[in-house]
Design a protein around this ligand. Structure first.
Ligand code: FAD
Ligand code: FES
Ligand code: MG
Length: 279
């Protein structure tokens, strides 16, 4: 059993848990994830390791409520337990001295890009971060991301805070200035990562995305997380989650992410009715 040491509600539907998991904290690296199961009847879901503290023996996860499991998870509090937490899984993000690295994060991925931006900065890169959210109420960790970046650009889709628009707009402008950008790391909703990759492609800037297909075991055995990258089939959990965004077959990823959409909807409606929540 894994104890929740700390719960923070970052914005209304995005929560942070610090969980006691000393063996995971000992080995975690930027870009890796864990697979958790709330209890013995629960499904397994992957969540990125947003931070870890080897001394305290804890790992931090940040998750957005989207369906049954993440809503159930959000009901847990400090002192509660999660049945399983397996990790660290996946290949770590390639950290090196590239020169100028642009880190682009959408939604909850502000938390998941943080260890990557921090490690890139520590390696001696100039780090420019771009973070985007739908509106002001969904902005969190602006200060924290700023601290590990040389420059930070914030966007909101509706213009309720900072610059109005999508993260791809400042990204494109940056590339158009002719300033040297050696690598872009884009993490967030798949559609955002696709358009970041499309934005950088004409400029020939290597763009790494962190793919988020449906996963079950997270160890390369079920094949559920298969994606096509550069016409090769890859298992995201063991070959990724980081891949070259210019090589990803995005349509296949979108289609596979929606395979169980009817079952997920039914499961959520059932959960809501059991809890007396009206949809
Ligand atoms: P459901 O209603 O069951 O599903 C909603 C949508 O989530 C589905 O349509 C599907 O596209 C996706 N999904 C459902 N089940 C899974 C599954 N087993 N594996 C992956 N995707 C699924 N989310 C966060 O909020 N924070 C993170 O740090 C984070 N990191 C991730 C890292 C990786 C490597 C991957 C693959 C996904 C990550 N996700 C993260 C997405 C998260 O796993 C899904 O949002 C979650 O599984 C949804 O579960 P649900 O039951 O609440 O929603
Ligand atoms: Fe099963 Fe990747 S999640 S092979
Ligand atoms: Mg689910």
């Amino acid at each position: 059993m894994y104890k929740i040491l700390l719960k923070q509600d970052l914005v209304p539907n995005i929560h942070l848990f610090k969980v006691a998991a000393p063996n995971v904290a000992k080995k975690a690296q930027p870009g890796q994830f864990v697979v958790i199961r709330i209890d013995e009847k629960g499904e397994r879901i992957p969540l990125t390791i947003a931070d870890w503290d080897e001394e305290e023996g804890s790992v931090t996860i940040v998750f957005m409520e989207v369906g049954t499991t993440t809503h159930r998870l959000a009901l847990l509090e400090d002192g509660d337990f999660i049945a399983n937490l397996v990790g660290p899984l996946g290949l770590p993000t390639h950290i090196d001295k590239f020169g100028t690295v642009v880190c682009v994060a959408g939604g909850f991925a502000v938390a998941t890009i943080m260890p990557i931006a921090r490690a890139m900065k520590k390696e001696g890169n100039r780090v420019i971060s771009i973070m985007g959210a739908r509106n002001r109420s969904l902005i969190f960790w602006e200060e924290e991301l700023h601290r590990v970046s040389d420059q930070l650009i914030v966007t909101t889709d509706d213009g309720s805070y900072a610059r109005k628009g999508m993260v791809t707009e400042p990204l494109k402008e940056l590339l158009e200035t002719g300033e040297r950008v050696d690598r872009v790391i884009a993490i967030g909703p798949s559609i955002m990562m696709k358009f970041c990759a499309k934005t950088t492609q004409p400029f020939g800037v290597k763009t790494i995305v962190s793919l988020n297909p449906i996963m079950v075991d997270g160890t390369g055995m079920c094949g559920c997380c298969r994606v096509s990258v550069g016409d090769e089939t890859k298992f995201t959990c063991v070959d990724g989650p980081d891949f070259d965004g210019h090589q990803v077959d995005w349509d296949l990823l979108f289609a596979r992410q929606r395979i169980y959409i009817d079952e997920e909807k039914r499961s959520f409606e059932q959960w809501q009715s059991q809890h007396g929540i009206l949809s």
